[in-house]
Design a protein around this ligand. Structure first.
Ligand SMILES: *Cc1c(COP(=O)(O)O)cnc(C)c1O
Length: 428
């Protein structure tokens, strides 16, 4: 399968090039040239299949031409080796719990898949591939854990000193092996600038092969389609609505790909916090990016969603067509907190701040006869302090998260000057 750039200023590339490069040369995002519909027989049998079987069938439609079947199957089965239960919250609302993976967030799926696919593509070559990732907390842990132990790849996680929580820091500084944590004396923006400068530095790129693992990579974003099929396979009702708490819009775009492949979801709701650039776009047809503001659903604090270009490409730039499939919602911190409290008291279900946006949008937006599920993107214990302040009760930390706390932090101090970062990498 060929992949084109959403900016159309560069030739099509192979899957391997798209995965290794991440971003197209014209700074566009890669899109598969066609989206194969799945056969009716698959949709009929889906409810009898395991999560891994469903995921493998979907993966075949995207990647089957480019990766041998046994290899692809191994990548999918290794990636999807944890549960993704669909839990009933109330009569017509379900939670798709994507927090049962190693770092308790949905990003585990994309990060684990990308690590394995990149590992496959570089397995023939003798040169090590170096993944640089800047993180404000959660991306770093999912990427580091996803790539841990994958041959031929080394990961450098850059994070702002003193600005991530202890539990987040432990999740990427205690791993060792092929993961190096760099503690930068600066802000998240400094970390991101260091990474970007590294990708643009010719001397450095001649010295070592560099790539990124952010959500624009097709190998990170497409596998997120798997679990939309899995949710529908378990629901088996008509008139399904899916709500996705959204920041960079990679997750919901993967769901829209699923719909294009024939998945019976009648419509989507994109739930935003106060960073509601997409919501405003739906209302006005104008896309006006603006600086992000801090909220309690901080993984959705995005002022210029990077996958918006993919949504436009999927719908041929038609605002009307986008509005037919997707509606929006936007919530303040107070509304998010209120929803967490309300659902905990009424239904005995504890939401995290991101999932709370998703639940609220369904509760307010479902029409008679519709059944909704939302993506619960992270475990509430990942936002322990926030959630405890809201429900005035302690939140227990799952065993998997506690395990990280036992490890010893290993990190390398780094200034925020690119020259220092470059000198360090040149010596590696
Ligand atoms: C990354 C993230 C999101 C936003 O997902 P996008 O694909 O960027 O829209 C939502 N919730 C949590 C917990 C996240 O980590």
């Amino acid at each position: 399968m060929k992949y084109y750039s959403t900016n159309h200023q560069t030739p099509d590339v192979t899957l391997q090039e798209a995965v290794v490069k991440g971003l197209a040369a014209d700074k566009g995002l890669f899109m598969p040239e066609c989206i194969n519909a799945l056969p009716t027989s698959f949709f009929e049998q889906m409810s009898q299949m395991s999560l891994q079987e469903v995921a493998y069938q979907v993966a075949q439609a995207f990647f089957g031409e480019d990766i041998p079947a046994d290899k692809l199957k191994q990548i999918v089965y290794d990636t999807m080796n944890f549960n993704i239960p669909l839990v009933k919250v109330s009569d017509n609302i379900y939670s798709l719990e994507l927090f049962h993976g190693p770092t308790l967030a949905f990003k585990d799926v994309g990060a684990r898949f990308m690590a394995r696919m990149l590992g496959y593509f570089v397995s023939g070559q003798d040169k090590l591939v170096n993944v640089l990732v800047a993180t404000s907390g959660d991306t770093g842990s999912a990427v580091a854990n996803g790539f841990l132990g994958v041959d031929g790849i080394h990961v450098y996680v850059l994070y702002p000193k003193g600005k991530v929580s202890l539990i987040q820091e432990k999740q990427f500084t205690t791993l060792g092996k092929n993961v190096t944590a760099l503690e930068v004396d600066g802000t998240f923006d400094d970390c991101q600038r260091l990474v970007k400068s590294a990708f643009m530095d010719d001397e450095l790129n001649q010295h070592m092969q560099l790539t990124s693992a952010n959500s624009i990579n097709v190998a990170r974003f497409l596998p997120q389609a798997f679990y939309y099929f899995w949710a529908v396979a378990q629901l088996q009702v008509a008139n399904i609505v899916c709500c996705v708490p959204s920041g960079n819009f990679g997750n919901i775009t993967a769901g829209l790909f699923g719909k294009r492949m024939g998945l019976p979801i009648s419509r989507f709701i994109a739930a935003n916090n106060r960073n509601d650039i997409f919501y405003q776009y739906l209302q006005t047809g104008q896309y006006n990016p603006r600086p992000s503001i801090a909220t309690i659903a901080n993984a959705m604090d995005v002022g210029d969603p990077s996958n918006f270009a993919r949504v436009l490409a999927l719908y041929d730039n038609s605002h009307a067509a986008i509005c037919q499939d997707i509606s929006g919602a936007t919530y303040t911190d107070a509304e998010i907190a209120e929803e967490i409290r309300r659902v905990y008291e009424t239904n005995g279900y504890l939401l995290d701040p991101h999932g709370a946006c998703g639940h609220r949008a369904l509760r307010e937006g479902l029409r008679p006869g519709e059944t909704g599920f939302f993506i619960e993107t992270a475990h509430p214990a990942k936002f322990k302090d926030t959630v405890e302040n809201i429900i005035c009760e302690q939140v227990s930390i799952p065993q998997r998260l506690q395990e990280f706390m036992k490890g010893t932090k290993q990190s390398i101090n780094m200034t925020s000057r690119f020259e220092d970062f470059k000198t360090y990498l040149m010596a590696e």
